[in-house]
Ligand binder design. Structure first.
Ligand SMILES: Cc1cc2nc3c(=O)[nH]c(=O)nc-3n(C[C@H](O)[C@H](O)[C@H](O)COP(=O)(O)OP(=O)(O)OC[C@H]3O[C@@H](n4cnc5c(N)ncnc54)[C@H](O)[C@@H]3O)c2cc1C
Length: 366
């Protein structure tokens, strides 16, 4: 019913009399075949609905650059239809706002700068999102399904009293979305009837929006009153010369089969030849071989590189949940029955301690 009411608005706004619009509307509701008698009307229904849609994408950034997952969320937002706006909050967002203004498909930026947004605490960002929503009444609010989006949007949804839809991998229509369940073993199509749809978007499922060709207007918004529930003190980032795990084109991952942290050097040497990032299974992380920011899987990072090389990893479903969308999967495992071979494009049944150094040497000779 709500869709047909918007049709009425469209006709009315386009200069038709209200009585005329309602008559058309009733005709169509009572007899859908009548739509063919009103082809212009049917056309306007689609475009009118799209015009009534508007999405707010919450930008994730480090004050210098917008994250790739935000650009993927913008692509998803464009697929919803209607206008796409971005909210950029931080202590200093000038550079990021300039970058986002050029992103194709973004029509408006809302920029809020204040010291309270240091560290991007969800407690402080939530009131800002709510105030922006109150003023502009977006039909959809979305962000990337990263730690940032996952900590912010459930709060926003709770405050709006709507159920969020998390980790969306496909947009079927403005109210119907696909997401994975059971660690990626089943796909679930969700129809969301909430007045405002709050979504987190899986970055690996949507291309990044082109970073040039756009010309968004920018509006400064007043920061919301500080909440003061939490305080950002500091962050310690791991420094690495290797590509970042979630955006690398090639990932070499190691599992319990590596047997120790020292043996991961074999993978670093191979990764250096391939300009690859290095990941790990949870078993390798839990055993203390490598830090947990290297974990790939259901409770780790989701990656979808061009090439994923799994070394000494058995292929538990929780690991597959984080890498099975990789374009080409190579597995090296001494056990021919290892489940990882079921999802691999190429499998090598071999002792990794022999195979990996051989591969590295061959690559060095190239
Ligand atoms: C709620 C929950 C969430 C989880 N989340 C994640 C997650 O995000 N990511 C994740 O990875 N796991 C996750 N797990 C754990 C998961 O179930 C597995 O336990 C884990 O993935 C196994 O890691 P692995 O393959 O390295 O170890 P194993 O299963 O022990 O496999 C080691 C493999 O190495 C091979 N191997 C041993 N020696 C050699 C050798 N010399 N040469 C070649 N191959 C060798 C073996 O044949 C074996 O296949 C989760 C589990 C739960 C319950």
């Amino acid at each position: 019913m709500s869709k047909d009411t918007s049709l009425y608005h469209v006709r009315y706004m386009n200069g038709y009399s209200a009585v005329q619009s309602v008559r058309y509307l009733l005709d169509i509701m009572s007899n859908p075949c009548m739509q063919t008698s009103y082809p212009t009307l049917a056309l306007k229904k689609v475009s009118g609905l799209r015009r009534l849609l508007s999405t707010l994408v919450i930008a994730e950034h480090d004050t210098q650059q917008v994250t790739p997952i935000t650009l993927s969320a913008i692509t998803a937002a464009k697929q919803l239809g209607g206008d796409v706006s971005c909210l950029v909050a931080g202590t200093n967002c000038t550079k990021v706002a300039e970058e986002l203004a050029k992103v194709q498909g973004v029509s408006k930026l809302f920029v809020a700068q204040h010291d309270v947004y240091k560290g991007f605490l969800p407690e402080e960002l939530t009131p800002l999102v709510l105030d922006t929503q109150k003023q502009f009444k977006f039909t959809h609010i979305c962000a990337g399904a990263s730690a940032f989006g996952k900590s912010l949007l459930p709060r926003v949804a709770a405050k709006l009293d709507v159920a969020p839809v998390s980790d969306v991998i496909e947009i079927k229509s403005p109210d119907t979305f696909v997401r994975t369940i059971y660690a990626g073993n089943a796909l679930c199509t969700v129809k969301c009837d909430e007045s405002v749809k709050v979504l987190t978007i899986r970055g690996t499922s949507f291309e990044v929006a082109p970073s040039s060709g756009g010309n968004a207007s920018s509006e400064t918004v007043s920061p919301s009153a500080p909440v003061g529930l939490s305080e950002w003190l500091q962050q310690s980032l791991t420094k690495s010369d290797r590509p970042e795990l979630t955006s690398a084109k090639i990932v070499v991952s190691g599992g319990r089969g590596l047997k120790s942290g020292e043996n991961f050097k074999l993978l670093y040497d191979l990764a250096d030849q391939l300009h690859a990032a290095v990941g790990a299974s949870r078993a390798a992380v839990d055993a203390g071989f490598v830090p947990n920011d290297m974990q790939v899987g259901q409770t780790g990072k989701i990656v979808a590189p061009e090439l994923y090389i799994a070394v000494g990893i058995s292929g538990a479903i929780q690991h597959l949940a984080g890498m099975k969308d990789s374009k080409t999967i190579v597995a090296i495992n001494k056990d021919p029955e290892a489940p990882i071979f079921q999802v691999s494009d190429y499998g090598l049944v071999a002792d990794l301690f022999k195979a990996v150094p051989e591969m590295t040497e061959l690559l060095k000779k190239k």
